[in-house]
Write a protein that binds this ligand. Sequence first.
Ligand code: PGA
Length: 251
Amino acid sequence: MRTPIIAGNWKLNNTVGEAVTLTTELKQLVADASGVEIVVAPPFTALAAVSATIAGSNVCLSAQDVYWEERGAFTGEVSPTLLKDVGCEYVIVGHSERRQYFGETNEGVNRKAKAALAQGLKPIICVGELLEEREAGRTEAVIATQVAAGIADLSTSDLLSSVIAYEPVWAIGTGRTATPAQAQEVHSLIRSLVALASSDDVAGQIRIQYGGSVKPDNAAALLTKPDVDGALVGGASLDAASFAAIVKAAN
Ligand code: PGA
Protein backbone atom coordinates (compact mmCIF):
# COMPACT_ATOMS: atom_id res chain seq x y z
CA MET A 1 0.00 0.00 0.00
CA ARG A 2 2.59 2.57 1.09
CA THR A 3 5.35 3.24 -1.41
CA PRO A 4 8.67 3.21 0.44
CA ILE A 5 10.62 6.46 0.33
CA ILE A 6 14.40 6.56 0.58
CA ALA A 7 15.82 10.04 1.05
CA GLY A 8 19.45 11.12 1.18
CA ASN A 9 20.18 14.03 3.48
CA TRP A 10 23.54 15.34 2.35
CA LYS A 11 23.74 17.89 5.19
CA LEU A 12 26.61 20.37 4.83
CA ASN A 13 28.44 18.47 2.10
CA ASN A 14 29.21 18.74 -1.61
CA THR A 15 30.09 21.62 -3.89
CA VAL A 16 28.01 22.06 -7.02
CA GLY A 17 30.51 19.98 -8.99
CA GLU A 18 30.55 17.20 -6.40
CA ALA A 19 26.77 17.24 -6.19
CA VAL A 20 26.41 16.84 -9.96
CA THR A 21 28.93 13.98 -10.03
CA LEU A 22 27.21 12.16 -7.16
CA THR A 23 23.74 12.61 -8.64
CA THR A 24 24.82 11.58 -12.12
CA GLU A 25 26.26 8.36 -10.73
CA LEU A 26 23.25 7.71 -8.51
CA LYS A 27 20.74 8.29 -11.27
CA GLN A 28 22.40 5.57 -13.37
CA LEU A 29 22.58 3.10 -10.48
CA VAL A 30 18.90 3.44 -9.59
CA ALA A 31 17.50 3.83 -13.11
CA ASP A 32 15.75 0.44 -12.89
CA ALA A 33 14.35 0.89 -9.39
CA SER A 34 10.59 0.91 -9.29
CA GLY A 35 8.07 0.80 -6.48
CA VAL A 36 10.26 3.06 -4.37
CA GLU A 37 10.50 6.83 -4.20
CA ILE A 38 14.06 8.18 -4.32
CA VAL A 39 14.86 11.61 -2.95
CA VAL A 40 18.09 13.58 -2.55
CA ALA A 41 18.49 16.64 -0.33
CA PRO A 42 21.57 18.65 -1.31
CA PRO A 43 22.55 21.92 0.37
CA PHE A 44 20.71 25.02 -0.98
CA THR A 45 23.65 26.02 -3.18
CA ALA A 46 23.48 22.79 -5.20
CA LEU A 47 19.69 22.50 -5.57
CA ALA A 48 19.49 24.09 -9.02
CA ALA A 49 22.32 22.03 -10.47
CA VAL A 50 20.99 18.78 -9.00
CA SER A 51 17.51 19.64 -10.23
CA ALA A 52 18.84 19.91 -13.78
CA THR A 53 20.84 16.68 -13.39
CA ILE A 54 17.86 14.58 -12.26
CA ALA A 55 15.38 16.00 -14.77
CA GLY A 56 13.45 13.12 -16.38
CA SER A 57 14.84 10.53 -13.94
CA ASN A 58 13.22 8.67 -11.03
CA VAL A 59 15.15 10.73 -8.48
CA CYS A 60 13.43 13.71 -6.93
CA LEU A 61 14.61 16.75 -5.05
CA SER A 62 14.32 17.91 -1.45
CA ALA A 63 15.71 20.85 0.46
CA GLN A 64 17.08 20.41 3.98
CA ASP A 65 15.16 23.29 5.55
CA VAL A 66 12.76 26.11 4.72
CA TYR A 67 11.45 29.28 6.32
CA TRP A 68 7.73 29.89 6.86
CA GLU A 69 7.56 33.42 5.45
CA GLU A 70 7.06 33.86 1.72
CA ARG A 71 9.18 36.97 1.21
CA GLY A 72 10.57 40.03 2.91
CA ALA A 73 13.29 41.11 5.28
CA PHE A 74 14.45 37.70 6.51
CA THR A 75 18.14 37.68 5.68
CA GLY A 76 19.53 34.25 4.95
CA GLU A 77 16.20 32.45 4.74
CA VAL A 78 14.58 30.58 1.84
CA SER A 79 10.81 30.32 1.29
CA PRO A 80 8.69 27.39 0.08
CA THR A 81 8.08 29.18 -3.22
CA LEU A 82 11.80 29.61 -3.85
CA LEU A 83 12.28 25.89 -3.23
CA LYS A 84 9.44 24.99 -5.59
CA ASP A 85 10.91 27.35 -8.14
CA VAL A 86 14.18 25.43 -8.15
CA GLY A 87 12.42 22.06 -8.54
CA CYS A 88 12.00 20.78 -4.99
CA GLU A 89 9.17 18.37 -4.28
CA TYR A 90 10.10 17.74 -0.64
CA VAL A 91 11.65 19.62 2.24
CA ILE A 92 13.07 18.25 5.49
CA VAL A 93 11.80 20.11 8.55
CA GLY A 94 12.77 19.75 12.18
CA HIS A 95 15.89 17.66 11.69
CA SER A 96 17.45 17.04 15.09
CA GLU A 97 20.57 18.97 14.06
CA ARG A 98 18.40 22.02 13.43
CA ARG A 99 16.68 21.49 16.77
CA GLN A 100 20.01 21.01 18.60
CA TYR A 101 22.28 23.59 16.97
CA PHE A 102 19.87 26.17 15.59
CA GLY A 103 17.22 26.37 18.28
CA GLU A 104 14.37 24.96 16.20
CA THR A 105 11.24 24.46 18.31
CA ASN A 106 8.24 22.17 17.85
CA GLU A 107 6.17 25.24 17.04
CA GLY A 108 8.66 26.38 14.40
CA VAL A 109 8.70 22.91 12.84
CA ASN A 110 4.91 23.02 12.56
CA ARG A 111 4.97 26.50 11.00
CA LYS A 112 7.52 25.34 8.47
CA ALA A 113 5.51 22.21 7.61
CA LYS A 114 2.34 24.27 7.14
CA ALA A 115 4.08 26.89 5.02
CA ALA A 116 5.63 24.19 2.85
CA LEU A 117 2.30 22.42 2.35
CA ALA A 118 0.56 25.68 1.51
CA GLN A 119 2.86 25.98 -1.50
CA GLY A 120 2.57 22.33 -2.55
CA LEU A 121 5.87 21.24 -1.06
CA LYS A 122 5.84 17.94 0.89
CA PRO A 123 7.44 18.12 4.32
CA ILE A 124 9.54 15.34 5.82
CA ILE A 125 8.86 16.07 9.49
CA CYS A 126 11.62 14.73 11.73
CA VAL A 127 11.18 13.58 15.31
CA GLY A 128 13.45 11.67 17.67
CA GLU A 129 14.53 11.33 21.26
CA LEU A 130 17.94 12.07 22.79
CA LEU A 131 19.93 9.26 24.41
CA GLU A 132 19.27 10.61 27.90
CA GLU A 133 15.55 10.75 27.16
CA ARG A 134 15.55 7.11 26.03
CA GLU A 135 17.57 6.06 29.06
CA ALA A 136 15.16 7.91 31.34
CA GLY A 137 12.24 6.00 29.78
CA ARG A 138 10.89 9.17 28.16
CA THR A 139 10.96 8.09 24.50
CA GLU A 140 7.19 7.76 24.16
CA ALA A 141 6.49 11.10 25.83
CA VAL A 142 9.06 12.95 23.71
CA ILE A 143 7.82 11.42 20.47
CA ALA A 144 4.20 12.08 21.40
CA THR A 145 4.95 15.76 22.02
CA GLN A 146 7.01 16.18 18.85
CA VAL A 147 4.50 14.40 16.62
CA ALA A 148 1.45 16.17 18.06
CA ALA A 149 3.13 19.57 17.71
CA GLY A 150 4.67 18.83 14.32
CA ILE A 151 1.39 17.83 12.68
CA ALA A 152 -0.88 20.23 14.59
CA ASP A 153 -3.59 21.77 12.38
CA LEU A 154 -2.64 19.75 9.30
CA SER A 155 -5.66 18.76 7.22
CA THR A 156 -6.19 15.23 5.97
CA SER A 157 -4.72 16.05 2.58
CA ASP A 158 -1.81 17.84 4.24
CA LEU A 159 -1.07 14.73 6.29
CA LEU A 160 -1.27 12.52 3.22
CA SER A 161 1.34 14.74 1.55
CA SER A 162 3.61 14.59 4.59
CA VAL A 163 6.25 12.09 5.62
CA ILE A 164 7.33 11.59 9.22
CA ALA A 165 10.93 10.60 9.87
CA TYR A 166 11.76 8.89 13.15
CA GLU A 167 15.40 9.57 13.87
CA PRO A 168 16.61 8.66 17.36
CA VAL A 169 19.25 11.31 17.98
CA TRP A 170 21.63 8.77 19.54
CA ALA A 171 21.66 6.85 16.25
CA ILE A 172 22.48 9.78 13.95
CA GLY A 173 26.02 9.70 12.63
CA THR A 174 27.08 7.39 15.44
CA GLY A 175 27.05 4.05 13.67
CA ARG A 176 24.68 2.93 16.42
CA THR A 177 21.44 2.05 14.65
CA ALA A 178 18.19 1.38 16.43
CA THR A 179 17.41 -2.32 16.18
CA PRO A 180 14.59 -3.15 13.78
CA ALA A 181 12.45 -3.96 16.84
CA GLN A 182 13.20 -0.60 18.49
CA ALA A 183 12.39 1.22 15.24
CA GLN A 184 9.16 -0.73 14.75
CA GLU A 185 8.05 0.03 18.31
CA VAL A 186 8.35 3.79 17.82
CA HIS A 187 6.99 3.73 14.26
CA SER A 188 3.89 1.94 15.44
CA LEU A 189 3.53 4.51 18.23
CA ILE A 190 3.82 7.33 15.67
CA ARG A 191 1.17 5.71 13.49
CA SER A 192 -1.17 5.49 16.45
CA LEU A 193 -0.50 9.17 17.26
CA VAL A 194 -1.45 10.10 13.70
CA ALA A 195 -4.63 8.02 14.04
CA LEU A 196 -5.45 9.90 17.22
CA ALA A 197 -4.83 13.29 15.60
CA SER A 198 -6.59 12.37 12.36
CA SER A 199 -8.06 8.98 11.45
CA ASP A 200 -7.10 5.32 11.08
CA ASP A 201 -7.30 5.77 7.33
CA VAL A 202 -4.76 8.62 7.27
CA ALA A 203 -2.55 6.78 9.76
CA GLY A 204 -2.62 3.75 7.49
CA GLN A 205 -1.47 5.80 4.52
CA ILE A 206 1.13 8.17 5.98
CA ARG A 207 4.72 7.12 5.42
CA ILE A 208 7.13 6.91 8.33
CA GLN A 209 10.84 6.76 7.56
CA TYR A 210 13.54 5.56 9.91
CA GLY A 211 16.81 7.50 10.09
CA GLY A 212 20.03 7.08 12.03
CA SER A 213 23.06 5.23 10.69
CA VAL A 214 21.13 3.43 7.94
CA LYS A 215 23.66 1.56 5.81
CA PRO A 216 23.44 -1.03 3.02
CA ASP A 217 23.99 -3.85 5.53
CA ASN A 218 21.23 -2.89 7.98
CA ALA A 219 18.64 -1.34 5.63
CA ALA A 220 16.80 -4.52 4.64
CA ALA A 221 16.19 -5.63 8.23
CA LEU A 222 14.80 -2.21 9.15
CA LEU A 223 12.69 -1.91 6.00
CA THR A 224 11.00 -5.28 6.46
CA LYS A 225 9.34 -4.04 9.67
CA PRO A 226 5.65 -3.39 8.98
CA ASP A 227 5.60 0.28 10.01
CA VAL A 228 8.97 1.26 8.53
CA ASP A 229 8.19 2.84 5.16
CA GLY A 230 11.59 4.05 4.13
CA ALA A 231 14.80 5.61 5.33
CA LEU A 232 16.30 9.04 5.81
CA VAL A 233 19.96 8.45 5.14
CA GLY A 234 22.80 10.78 6.07
CA GLY A 235 26.38 9.49 5.78
CA ALA A 236 25.62 6.60 3.43
CA SER A 237 23.84 8.93 0.98
CA LEU A 238 27.13 10.65 0.17
CA ASP A 239 28.28 7.55 -1.69
CA ALA A 240 26.24 6.68 -4.79
CA ALA A 241 26.80 2.92 -4.51
CA SER A 242 25.84 2.81 -0.82
CA PHE A 243 22.75 4.91 -1.33
CA ALA A 244 21.73 2.85 -4.36
CA ALA A 245 22.14 -0.33 -2.30
CA ILE A 246 19.75 1.09 0.30
CA VAL A 247 17.28 1.97 -2.46
CA LYS A 248 17.53 -1.63 -3.72
CA ALA A 249 16.83 -2.93 -0.20
CA ALA A 250 13.49 -1.08 -0.33
CA ASN A 251 12.66 -2.18 -3.85
P1 PGA B 1 23.18 9.28 9.39
O1 PGA B 1 22.22 10.56 9.39
O2 PGA B 1 22.61 8.31 8.39
O3 PGA B 1 24.53 9.78 9.01
O4 PGA B 1 23.14 8.71 10.79
C1 PGA B 1 20.84 10.43 9.31
C2 PGA B 1 20.19 11.79 9.34
O5 PGA B 1 20.62 12.65 10.10
O6 PGA B 1 19.22 12.04 8.60
